[in-house]
Design a protein around this ligand. Sequence first.
Ligand SMILES: [Zn+2]
Length: 353
Amino acid sequence: MFWRQGYPDSLAPESPSWLRMEAATVVQSSLPALLFSKIESSGIIKSQTFVNHSFIPPTIDKTFQMWKEKGLTSVRHLYINGRFASFDELRVKYNLPHSQYFRYLQIRDYVRSKITNFQTLPKKHAFFDVMNSPSDSKHLISTFVRLFDGCIEVCTDKIKKAWEEELGIWLSKAVWDKSLAMISSCSINSRHQLIQFKVVHRLHYSKLKLHKIYPLVSPMCDRCKVAEGTLSHAFWFCTQLAGFWDKLFGWFSRAYKTTLQPDAELALLGCSQSTANIPTAMRQSLMLGTIVAKRLILMDWKSTSPPSFQRWLTDMTSVIQMEKLRFTRANSLEKFSAIWDPFLNHLDMTRTR
Ligand SMILES: [Zn+2]
């Protein structure tokens, strides 16, 4: 609504009052022009020529009002067949008088200053297709998220280096990129995704980090009280957690009949170089299993005792039920069976013993 109706003279009578109030605060421009003008080239094409803070002449020269009445309303209209039109071409198409050549030079100079290679119509960014889609279009928000995601490049080298230093390993770029990519697909549950995102990006407050902020807070681990509470210690190296992680990796080894040694990379980041060859189904269940384990560690972050393995099994049972619903809705129960049957069969076997 903000960008669809943001031009001062395009507000519909039924427009909400907040939109009028917002529009009234913008002088010599428009809400859409402000929104789009920072986006190079394609943004300028979208922004209107006549209500634009970066092109002053229309605010003092009412001739441009006549251009607008004749349908020449935006920079996009200055292009004919993909090329920036000559004055003669515009004059014929929009029935402009010869005397307005100077305005044409003004607007051409403006466009030239904003768009590199302005003679050719810039390629329209997919962003504007989304902006112009009906607001009830399917997958509108996810398309927005994907577009923004593709535009944002975040350097994670520092985070990767911090993990390497703490774990005493070298993380290959492939493993690191995969661990980042797997965050959004690790579970249907957004809370699980958030846990994994925060762990991988080192966003939790370790005792060591708290000590750096508040020197009076002890940097020592609350669980074992004998080592510094770094993030890798709090999630993995703490001696109090060793038994818990041993049981978890032992469980997966027996359930999937694939020997798996406890692996810090896998437990913390969701994937590891040494486990690249294990079956895909097992990798997927491991990813979710380690997230549920980390959730239990986080739930008792300040506890002196380790999380209960039995509690992990109970939580996994309910998580697997959710996964079953997800696969049922996607009509891919076979895939669910491939991933989770070994886990559930092993669970049945241990219960009947
Ligand atoms: Zn500890």
